[in-house]
Write a protein that binds this ligand. Structure first.
Ligand code: 7XF
Length: 386
């Protein structure tokens, strides 16, 4: 069928990117090929482009509201390909102080090795961002909600302030925690969106994948410089097929992730072993009003602060029967992890403190199971802490 961007999200997630097939196949075939005979200028070698990847690139561009998208092998592949494309030695990047652990390592340890200065600030205060900008700043980088604390940053206010300082600065937003069904940063003024599609976009925990979305000219540079020449972080055609399959149900999955998360957050708020629940949907959560304005739903991620020593909490986390103690997020299975020792182990004790990641913090990616089974599992585990 023919699609256009005025169609419903649900229609686009299923139909955008499909081309008429010679045999009338309902599902686009997997083009498992590295090279192409010179029959069309569009495809020459699969490190640059491949028809199976084109399908998911068109879908992601449409769902995020961007001119173009680029598929990559992982979220880190997307982030590194975008940053290697955007940055030059001698330039500066301003980052949120709370980002995924490997992104933090790339920004703090590795970009400086190539002559890029990186400054970390608490972006809940927009003036902190503005104060950190200089005439050498070319990129501002953030995630919201932040991994793992769920801190909410005001995308529109940050983009407005940064672009008022210098419209050429690229604001790059990692939209992994929300997916485009919940939040579309480009519509709020961001220049580029990056994704770990390993999470909600694919949604089934069976691939690593990533995307960059934004303006056609920057995306073309990401393709032929960042991806082709620098990272080689190319998505495989098999992965593209699985991502296209996962994307067909993104909206219904997100609705249930978010509904389950809201109910679990309310239960956890009332449990005596829980000090605090960081969930954007709770009225008393710091970023609730901004979340309400920039997110369609409140997401499937939360972080809780537990009472007890590190040893007690460690022992309790081993007792889940329905949930799984594991990193990653956005899967059908509920995943529970300890950021200080798992996803954010690249942070020093000082960095953890600055980002508000405590020893007692446990992050939850709320899955698609029955909510009563999830609540029962949490109750049994948390009761061991009181
Ligand atoms: O390269 P990946 O597909 O694993 O994606 C990297 C990545 C990028 N942005 C955000 C906001 C992420 O959360 C991730 C991956 N995070 C997982 C997690 O926090 O559980 C990775 C497991 S160590």
């Amino acid at each position: 069928m023919e699609t256009n961007n005025s169609m419903d999200f649900a229609t686009r997630q299923i139909h955008v990117g499909k081309e008429p097939d010679q045999y009338g196949a309902l599902v686009p075939p997997i083009y498992m090929t590295s090279t192409f005979e010179s029959v069309t200028p569009q495809y020459a070698y699969s490190r640059i482009s491949n028809p199976s990847l084109t399908v998911v690139e068109k879908k992601m561009a449409s769902l995020e509201g961007g001119e173009a998208a680029l598929a990559t092998a992982s979220g880190m592949g997307a982030i590194s390909s975008a940053l290697w494309t955007a940055l030059n030695a001698g330039e500066e990047l301003v980052s949120s102080d709370t980002v995924y652990g490997c992104t933090f390592s790339l920004l703090k340890e590795h970009l400086p090795r190539f002559g890029v200065k990186v400054t970390f600030v608490d972006m809940t205060q927009v003036e902190n961002v503005v104060k950190a900008l200089t005439d050498k700043t070319t990129v501002v980088y953030l995630e919201t909600p932040c991994n793992p604390t769920l801190k909410i940053l005001d995308i529109a206010a940050i983009c407005k302030a940064v672009h008022a300082y210098n419209p050429a600065i690229k604001v790059i937003v990692d939209n992994t925690f929300n997916s485009p069904y919940v939040q579309t940063p480009l519509a709020l003024g961001a220049d580029v969106v990056v994704h770990s599609a390993t999470k909600y976009i694919n949604g089934h925990g069976d691939v690593l994948a990533g995307f960059i979305v934004g303006k056609e000219d920057f995306l073309q540079k990401c393709r032929v410089i960042g991806l082709k020449d620098m990272t080689g972080s190319v998505m495989s055609p098999m992965t593209a097929f699985l991502v296209a399959r996962g994307l067909k149900t993104l909206d219904v999955r997100m609705e249930k992730h978010c509904a389950n998360a809201m109910k679990l957050a309310r239960f956890l708020q009332g449990h005596p072993a829980v000090e605090k629940v960081n969930y954007p949907g709770l009225e008393d959560f710091e970023g609730h009003e901004i979340a309400r304005a920039q997110m369609k739903l409140f997401g499937g991620m939360m972080a809780i602060e537990l009472k007890g020593t590190r040893e007690q909490i460690g022992e309790a986390l081993k007792k889940f029967k329905v949930c799984t103690l594991a990193v990653s997020l956005g899967d059908a299975e509920t995943l529970v992890e300890h950021p200080a020792t798992m996803t954010h182990s690249t942070y020093t004790a000082e960095d953890l403190k600055a980002a508000g990641i405590s020893e007692g913090m446990v992050r939850i990616s709320v899955g698609l199971e029955g909510i009563d089974d999830l609540i029962g599992d949490f109750k049994a585990v948390l009761d061991t802490l009181i």
